[in-house]
Design a protein around this ligand. Structure first.
Ligand code: BDR
Ligand code: CA
Length: 306
């Protein structure tokens, strides 16, 4: 929360288990005013990510927040999914209530366009949790509205860590490298949170008991989602919470150490790989996190009484 009130945000997302935890945290955090949620294809197809957004809003009693379906695939190529991690329903089989209202009849891009034009320039930030396809379309189709975005905070890429979509690339960048390059090299300031940081924020089975004990709807559902994130990976002692890092960067930037790097995105040899080049776009990149404090902040945000 700033002196000017909560940060006004639109969440662009492909839920996805870690997306869902991030969304629950944002909806339960007074420092964030979530004005719309837009779905994009990524972890799973667009019909499913859109349905999951509607269900998450319903679970939090927020039928007043508009949501819409965006791009069904990347700007070029076939795209990729992450069914092995997130399950065929994107949420590891965790049930959600039916949406209170259907998705907005406009596309995700049209919904973002309308909100950006209605808000003072620079006052709305985008929290991007999936492939950057919707934002690239908006930049192409509505450049005036796009330039009114105050800032984009995006989970994506890797600097020194091995990739999770091939050796060199991270999933969100690899799923639509062209879109990622357009957004990183575009007119809106970007803060990027790569695997180097998101792999440090990890949930353990013990955390789940602590989380569930809060008893709030957000904490209870988040505990179920993270439990499902362990399913099939029972041999692992912890799981990374990639997308919640975006919400934490928005509300508690002091948890992170950032550096300005000049980057572009490889669209050829290793699609989605971040490359540091002298003429690249100057991006604020999170390279360090106080993981203990960040985890506390995440759990407290989910556990706070609404
Ligand atoms: C990113 O890829 C997706 O599977 C997660 O939801 C996260 O946004 C991590 O690489
Ligand atoms: Ca995601």
């Amino acid at each position: 929360m700033t002196a000017a009130g909560p940060m006004r945000v639109i969440i662009d997302t492909d839920p996805g288990l870690d997306d869902a935890v991030a969304i629950l945290h944002a909806l339960n955090t007074p420092a964030l005013a979530v004005e719309a949620v837009t779905a994009v294809a990524g972890n799973i197809g667009i019909a499913t990510t859109t349905r999951n957004v509607g269900g998450l809003l319903a679970a939090m009693g927020r039928g007043d927040i508009p949501y819409a379906a965006g791009a069904a695939g990347p700007l070029a190529g076939d795209g990729r999914t992450e069914v092995a991690i997130h399950g065929a329903d994107g949420l590891g089989g965790v049930p959600l209530p039916p949406a209170w209202v259907p998705p907005d009849s406009r596309s995700a891009m049209a919904l973002m366009d309308a909100h950006l034009r209605a808000a003072p320039a620079g006052s709305l930030c985008i929290l991007a949790l999936g492939p950057l396809t919707n934002l690239a379309h908006l930049a192409n189709e509505a450049p005036v509205a796009y330039a009114r975005i105050g800032r984009i905070i995006a989970m994506g890429g890797t600097i020194d860590e091995p990739g999770n979509a091939g050796r060199f690339a991270e999933f969100n960048m690899a799923a639509d490298p062209l879109a990622a390059r357009m957004v990183l090299c575009g007119p809106v300031p970007v803060t990027l949170i790569p695997l180097d940081v998101t792999r440090r924020l990890r949930a353990t089975p013990e955390d789940l008991d602590r989380l569930a004990a809060f008893g709030t709807p957000a904490a209870t559902l988040a505990a179920n989602l993270i439990r499902a994130y362990f399913a099939g990976h029972a041999e692992r002692s912890s799981r990374p919470l990639h997308d919640p890092c975006v919400m934490l960067m928005a509300v508690a930037p002091a948890l992170f150490g950032t550096e300005r790097l000049r980057l572009t995105v490889d669209c050829d040899a290793h699609p989605g790989r971040l490359v540091q080049v002298p003429h690249g776009a100057e991006i604020n990149v999170a390279l360090r996190i106080n993981a203990g404090q960040a985890l506390d902040r995440l759990w407290q945000g989910l556990g706070a009484a609404a």
